[in-house]
Design a protein around this ligand. Structure first.
Ligand code: GLU
Length: 294
């Protein structure tokens, strides 16, 4: 088993991160394997070295250790570009100059995503007619979802592509469906205008590069996994087993965000919490099994 914990260094780790990291750790300790760390810092306007340093400190404080090297996404733009070029050369991409406002206006009325509230409504397709040759410097690059589905063999062939999920809410095998991909994701951005890649593209490239066998992350990422599976098929990358865990919520039932300072591990630590208190707060009562040699 090879798993990664993949935080973004744009804030301090909070209880939700601790839950992910400790869940990964427990799974690895149970069967033997490797715990890897990936710093998801493609958005250099939000990443801060101090937050990265805090990630190392907070994980060590929790009693976790990782096998080097730490993978930093900000050093890997070459590989994301390479993957993007592969998709471009298959004729699956187009440049897009729409701003958020253009998109909101084209969608005319505010709407919720039909499939999941975790995702915004799909892009209305304003720039879909454009060729890559018309790309301007400030354009984003989108995946043409219709063409992508055709490229893997169409709606029927898509139904052969799936992934295994071991998380409590969605355990079982999940197969891709054309209408869900179209209606919940649509023409997603593969390369943002400012950073030349996107979370979705980078995560599938890096899960493959790090030889990840099992991905454990929050339930809010479940819907995106269908998209990740499609990108894996288009890029001929392997598919890990997925485990999406419950989200840790605050006392009002809202999911935790980076700005919730009171739930930051360092705030809790400064208030006197010990690692075992964190585990208790998360409902992880079992003591951490001792480290095994790899
Ligand atoms: N950087 C993402 C986060 O912090 C990780 C998502 C993933 O594990 O794929 O939520």
């Amino acid at each position: 088993m090879r798993q990664r914990f993949a935080p973004s260094p744009s804030g301090f780790l909070h209880l939700g991160h601790a839950f992910s990291a400790l869940t990964i750790w427990a799974q690895i300790r149970a069967v033997g394997g490797t715990f890897l760390l990936r710093i998801e810092d493609i958005d250099q306007t939000r990443a801060r070295p101090a937050f990265e340093e805090a990630i190392f400190q907070d994980l060590s404080w929790l009693g976790l250790s990782w096998t080097p090297p730490v993978l930093r996404q900000s050093r890997r733009f070459f590989f994301y570009q390479e993957a993007l070029n592969k998709l471009i050369s298959q004729g699956l991409c187009y440049p897009c100059s729409c701003t958020r406002r253009d998109i909101a206006e084209a969608l005319s009325a505010p709407q919720e995503n039909v499939i999941t509230n975790d995702l915004p409504p799909p892009y209305p397709g304003t720039c879909r007619h454009r060729s890559m040759a018309s790309r301007q410097e400030n354009d984003a690059i989108r995946l043409d979802m219709g063409r992508a589905i055709a490229a893997v063999g169409g709606a029927r062939a898509l139904g052969e592509l799936g992934f295994d999920e071991t998380g409590p809410r969605h355990a079982g095998r999940h197969l891709l469906q054309a209408d869900i991909l179209q209606q919940s994701h649509g023409d997603i951005v593969l390369a943002r205008r400012d950073i030349g890649t996107s979370y979705h593209l980078a995560v599938v490239v890096d899960d493959a590069a790090q030889g990840i066998s099992h991905v454990t992350r929050g339930e809010d990422m479940f819907a995106s996994t269908f998209l990740h599976r499609l990108l894996q098929a288009l890029l001929s990358l392997p598919t890990p087993v997925y485990h999406h865990h419950r989200l840790i919520r605050d006392d009002n039932g809202k999911r935790l965000a980076k700005r919730d300072d009171a739930r930051a591990l360092r705030s809790l630590r400064q208030a006197g919490a010990r690692p075992e208190d964190i585990r208790r707060m998360l409902g992880l009562m079992d003591p951490i099994p001792p480290a095994r040699s790899e």
